[in-house]
Design a protein around this ligand. Structure first.
Ligand code: 5GP
Length: 193
């Protein structure tokens, strides 16, 4: 088991409905030493990708993305969630369905902060069905920028997002892939990587 899998095993709480709670170290209280190790690992996995910008989505991607960005020495842009706005020519807009809140949000990024010269590493905390990622990918594509890679802390491999995104041809690296989890026994199985 790697450092993140060990931490999930120790402190993760499995909830009904395929939700893994990791708010003691990742989603609410944040373990910065752990984030730093994640940054080191992503830097290692994307060392030849020539990343010049990191893109994430609020809220829980931001903390991780900032620490990861220190390893790449690049700025972080986060997509902002908004209920609904009038289409504004200055923004890239994508619609994202929230896995945890079961509602739809628009996410927006100012055109000032991403353009065709950017080679973007997308970072997020979780990958479930892939809606958040699809939204971020559509923003990068609308900007004419390049997706240099995608780094996810925890992928729930029993949901469809990972397969969909890999089939689209993106280099997707997840530090921990949960292949199954059981809220009754508390057992978590990780994919061998
Ligand atoms: P997706 O769009 O891939 O279906 O879901 C990804 C987003 O939903 C992530 O940004 C994350 O915030 C949230 N999410 C999905 N599954 C989980 C989960 O099991 N636990 C937590 N804490 N967040 C999740």
């Amino acid at each position: 088991m790697n450092f993140l899998e060990e931490r999930i095993q120790k402190d993760g709480i499995i909830k009904e409905g395929n939700v893994l709670k990791v708010d003691s170290f990742l989603n609410h209280q944040m373990d910065i030493n752990l984030f730093n190790k994640m940054g080191e690992e992503f830097k290692n996995r994307f060392k030849d990708a020539n990343i010049n910008k990191i893109l994430t989505i609020e809220a829980s991607g931001i903390g991780i993305a900032c620490i990861v960005a220190q390893h790449f020495n690049v700025p972080v842009v986060f997509a902002k969630k908004t209920k609904s706005i009038n289409i504004d020519g200055e923004m890239y807009i994508a619609e994202v369905e929230s896995f945890t809140h079961k509602c739809k949000n628009q996410v927006i990024v100012s055109k000032k902060f991403i353009n065709e010269n950017d080679n973007v590493l997308i970072i997020d905390d979780f990958l479930a069905n892939g809606h958040a990622l699809q939204g971020l990918l559509s923003i990068v594509n609308d900007a004419g920028a390049t997706v240099g890679g995608i780094g996810i802390a925890i992928e729930k491999g029993f949901q469809s997002g990972g397969t969909i995104i890999r089939n689209l041809g993106y280099k997707l690296e997840s530090l921990a892939i949960v292949d199954s989890m059981d809220h009754i026994t508390g057992k978590i199985n990780f994919r061998e990587q």
